[in-house]
Design a protein around this ligand. Structure first.
Ligand SMILES: O=C(O)CCC(=O)C(=O)O
Ligand SMILES: [Fe+2]
Length: 330
């Protein structure tokens, strides 16, 4: 166990590098080294105390019911989870998205500036099946949309294209992120899904599969070229914030899709933080085509739309009858 914590720590299994955050600081060079060689590390206690409580409260409030007709809430795109854009929750979440301790490390790894490309709050529910299999986020031929100008080639795979972070909002063992250590540097990069790998190759990768269990407030950080995914099937629910940062040397100052931001949340941010947050950035997918709007393809969408459309019908009819009987001047 390569563990900077000398005490026996059952929370972080296998050989994922565990980096302690003490008094708000952690060893940047240790993180850099772990991300370069393994492609993954866990920073313990990056968010704690009232900051963590504040995030959990804000998120819990936002994730109780579905978003509908202006009432804030979660989004739904499949049975096994509920989601929301992290910037829509906003407030205490924003400092996490532009935490300079993390973004400085990511930029150093990328050899250029990073920009937050996606930020999602996600509650996963237990399932008896794997609904989110292991994968690489990037592979040769990758393009975000059919008409994308940027299509990733073999030479792109030599760069750190994206770095992802997972903040655990509660202690997470079941359903924790799994990562094949070193797979960010190991091609072929033509296969994105772990299960599509030839059996022998997969057996080799399996040997380096690490489970990134953690505590509430820990952050898993990984190079998204490597194979990763939540340990599934999982018997436990999981609450986490998923962040993805793009390398602007490759993608430009570009996000996956525009992020909604509350005006009050922009105060106190530095120019660098506004840049990372994507203020003024371009985007790859228009808001209406974003993958998390796919509820519109569900049979329930028309019905729900109908219910909302007619939610005030009764009061309208009452008002209309009254007007008919006593005139509109009453
Ligand atoms: O939900 C997870 O654990 C994995 C998310 C993921 O694949 C990613 O952040 O790229
Ligand atoms: Fe991924």
């Amino acid at each position: 166990m390569q563990n900077s914590n000398t005490s026996e720590d059952k929370d972080v299994q296998m050989s994922v590098r565990l980096i302690e955050c003490i008094d708000g600081e952690f060893d940047q060079s240790e993180l850099h080294h772990a991300l370069k060689t393994d492609g993954v590390a866990v920073v313990r206690g990056l968010v704690s105390g009232s900051a963590l409580d504040g995030c959990r409260e804000a998120i819990a409030k936002h994730m109780q019911t579905p978003e509908a007709a202006g009432v804030p809430g979660y989004w739904k795109v499949d049975h096994a989870k509920v989601i929301q854009k992290a910037t829509s929750v906003g407030g205490p979440i924003i400092p996490l998205l532009v935490d300079s301790r993390v973004t400085t490390a990511i930029s150093a790894l990328m050899g250029g500036d990073c920009v937050l490309s996606e930020a999602t709050v996600k509650y996963d529910f237990p399932t008896s099946y794997i609904y989110f299999p292991m994968h690489r986020d990037f592979l040769i031929g990758w393009k975000k949309t059919k008409n994308s100008e940027l299509v990733l080639s073999e030479s792109h795979m030599d760069s750190v294209l994206g770095v992802n972070c997972i903040y655990y909002l509660e202690d997470t063992v079941d359903g924790a992120l799994q990562y094949v250590k070193g797979s960010h540097l190991k091609g072929p990069y033509s296969i994105g899904n772990y299960t599509d790998l030839p059996r022998d190759e997969r057996k080799q990768y399996d040997k380096d599969l690490a489970v990134c269990s953690g505590q509430a407030g820990d952050m898993v950080i990984f190079d998204s070229r490597g194979f990763h995914g939540p340990a599934q099937p999982s018997q436990s629910p999981r609450q986490a914030i998923l962040l993805e940062y793009y390398n602007t040397n490759i993608f430009g100052h570009t996000q996956v899709s525009p992020m909604p931001l509350w005006s009050c949340d922009l105060k106190d941010l530095t120019t660098e933080q506004l840049f990372v947050l994507g203020v003024g950035a371009g985007f790859l997918v228009p808001v209406h085509e974003y993958t998390y709007t796919r509820f519109r393809n569900n049979g329930a969408y028309k019905f729900v739309s109908y219910l909302i459309e007619n939610a005030y019908l009764l009061s309208h009819v009452r008002q209309s009858i009254k007007t008919l009987l006593v005139g509109s001047k009453q």
